[in-house]
Design a protein around this ligand. Structure first.
Ligand code: FES
Ligand code: MG
Length: 577
């Protein structure tokens, strides 16, 4: 093929007339592939996170079929393969714990197999970063196709959002405002079609991050899972994957520093999930782009949130798509001078070429820059003696009056302790208190559970109090809200200062100033930590959990495994026989 810039890896398997070539081809032929399929066509792997245990991705076999049609149409050979599917709703202790496992699976599957490029089929929260991390470590041509969000939920005639409804109804139930029957009836109303969470939760956020990074076709993030245009986009993405191989358009040409800067700003504009801070860092580290927590502050903090979606705002992903989706957001960022217009994207065009004429069909859903939902909506990075390596707070989901607050700590040693005591009528807590939750970080939980938005004590809810400053080393679901300080690093289980907080200590939060301070003398803090170090017995763990605990990095470093950081390329390994 004369238009082939990239030497096809697959030909190292299928392109020789010897014993090895015989074996590689012969076994593939048991699936009915005729001989001409191995004559030098680009082989495109369809890396599929389909699983009935990952309900958000359960429709991806159907999506894969459309990708295959596109690959065939463009003259490639599609080969679909499964990888570990880390679904948010079912996996315990957390889907985060297995994000790195999935990324290893993806990386080794790509490198070890006769594929020239990949289509990454993702959806549920962690599946997007996991596949991008794995593919980035191989640096092959790759394009992401998301499964798309669920249709709007409807409960009692009103639209309801995935996740966000659960948090709200749980509080209403705990406050005695709704019955158990009503609580249970909402389950089916919330999830009424295939797809991922329909709020601007982590799944939708990561789909928007992928589109902002330029590793998808335009509009990929928002098309509903069951909309026929989702299948059209899958077909076109398959076609494009073949072209990308021919053009040698590898991930490192898309995942540049500029692309990550675009993604950080887009996250602020969409009111995206705090989980993106961890995932973007992990992806950047795999491809060799330097990204720090401070970049979120410098680049994103002052960017207006213009997408009025739950949990920060009112609408859901269906409305976002009908309003024009992410291209409109990127166009508006570009008009503010907040987009690197020259970043290259998967369709071979610059991002600005893709979005400069994107029409907005609903200014309520995607607001004009002059009328934002939150003027400075980005994720705030906090530092101080309580979080020497940083913590994050999502301003658009917080109560403005609490962003500067000084209060008395009410400490829960771990999530079990919280569960056991938060509803106790005798708990010494009021609206000025600061709830502190320890040992929910990467190593502590393990897997950094999404419990940072711990529910308020019922006795406060019953008084109409709906928010309190909450601080932890945990994460929170992208569908959740509140004045919640997350990802405190180092975590309590690593003897970060969070471990030293005691009931009654005074804590100061000043989000705009980026400050998180525990008001005790330095010597006292050191003495408490030394005491803890001396009295803590390490918990042995085997299996994957043991590997995880030994190698996971802290939140500010993306929670990747230390040994997985970096790009190892996709050189063809030696034969196995
Ligand atoms: Fe899968 Fe929300 S649980 S996207
Ligand atoms: Mg989630």
């Amino acid at each position: 093929m004369s238009d082939q810039k990239r030497k096809l890896r697959s030909q190292a398997w299928f392109g020789t007339a010897d014993k090895n070539g015989f074996m590689y081809r012969s076994w593939m032929k048991n699936q009915g592939f005729p001989a001409h399929q191995f004559d030098g066509k680009p082989v495109i792997g369809i890396c599929n996170t389909w699983s009935e245990l990952t309900p958000c991705n359960a429709h991806l076999r159907g999506v894969a079929d459309r990708v295959k049609q596109g690959i065939y149409e463009a003259g490639g050979l599609p080969v679909e393969f499964p990888v570990f599917s880390n679904g948010e709703s079912n996996l315990r202790p957390t889907a985060m714990m297995t994000r790195n496992l999935a990324s290893m699976d993806v990386e080794e599957a790509i490198r070890g197999n006769p594929v020239d490029g990949v289509v990454l089929l993702v959806g549920c929260d962690k599946t997007t970063p996991a596949l991008l991390m794995g593919a980035a470590s191989c640096d092959v041509p790759a394009i992401v196709v998301s499964g798309g969000p669920m249709l709007n939920g409807y409960h009692k005639g009103k639209p309801v959002g995935s996740g966000t409804l659960v948090w709200r109804m749980n509080e209403q139930y705990n406050a005695g405002e709704i019955s158990l029957d009503e609580f249970m009836a909402a389950e089916q109303s919330m999830s009424r079609s295939a797809g991922s969470c329909n709020t601007m939760g982590t799944a939708s956020t990561m789909a928007c991050m992928a589109e902002s990074l330029g590793v998808t076709l335009p509009e990929n993030a928002a098309i509903p899972a069951v909309d026929s245009r989702r299948y059209g986009l899958a077909h076109l993405s398959g076609m494009r994957a073949v072209e990308m191989v021919k053009e040698d358009l590898t991930l490192s040409k898309l995942l540049t520093r500029e692309a990550f800067e675009n993604a950080i700003r887009a996250n602020a504009a969409i009111g995206g999930s705090t989980n993106a801070v961890i995932h973007l860092k992990a992806i950047a580290q795999r491809i060799g782009v330097d990204l720090t927590l401070d970049d979120w502050q410098t680049l994103g903090a002052d960017v207006p949130t213009i997408v009025d979606l739950q949990p920060s705002g009112r609408f859901l992903m269906e409305e976002f798509y009908y309003a024009g989706g992410l291209p409109v957001v990127l166009r508006r960022l570009g008009e503010l001078g907040l987009l690197h217009r020259g970043a290259l994207t998967a369709n071979g065009k610059l991002i600005w070429e893709n979005v400069k004429d994107a029409p907005c069909h609903n200014d309520e859903v995607i607001r004009p820059l002059g009328n934002p939902l939150v003027a400075s909506g980005g994720i705030c990075i906090l530092r101080g003696n309580l979080a020497p390596r940083g913590a994050v707070l999502k301003v658009s989901a917080a109560t403005p009056e609490l962003l500067k607050h000084r209060g008395r700590a009410v400490v829960f040693e771990d999530f079990k302790d919280y569960k056991a005591r938060f509803a106790d009528p005798d708990l010494d807590i009021d609206e000025t208190s600061v709830m502190v939750l320890k040992n929910c970080g990467p190593k502590g939980y393990p897997g950094m559970a999404e419990v940072g938005n711990m529910g308020l004590p019922p006795k406060l809810l019953k008084r109409g109090i709906t928010d309190l400053v909450r601080i932890s080393d945990a994460r929170m679901s992208g569908t959740a809200f509140g004045t919640v300080v997350l990802h405190v690093a180092p975590e309590a289980a690593e003897f970060g200062p969070l471990a030293a907080v005691r009931n009654g200590d005074i804590i100061e939060l000043d989000a705009r100033a980026g400050r998180l301070h525990l008001d005790i003398p330095d010597e006292e803090l050191e003495a408490r930590l030394a005491e803890l170090r001396a009295s803590t017995v390490a918990q042995p763990a085997g299996g994957y959990e043991g590997l995880y605990r030994r190698h996971v990095l802290q939140a500010d470093e993306g929670c990747d495994f230390d040994f997985l950081v970096g790009c190892r390329g996709a050189a063809v390994p030696p034969h196995s026989h």
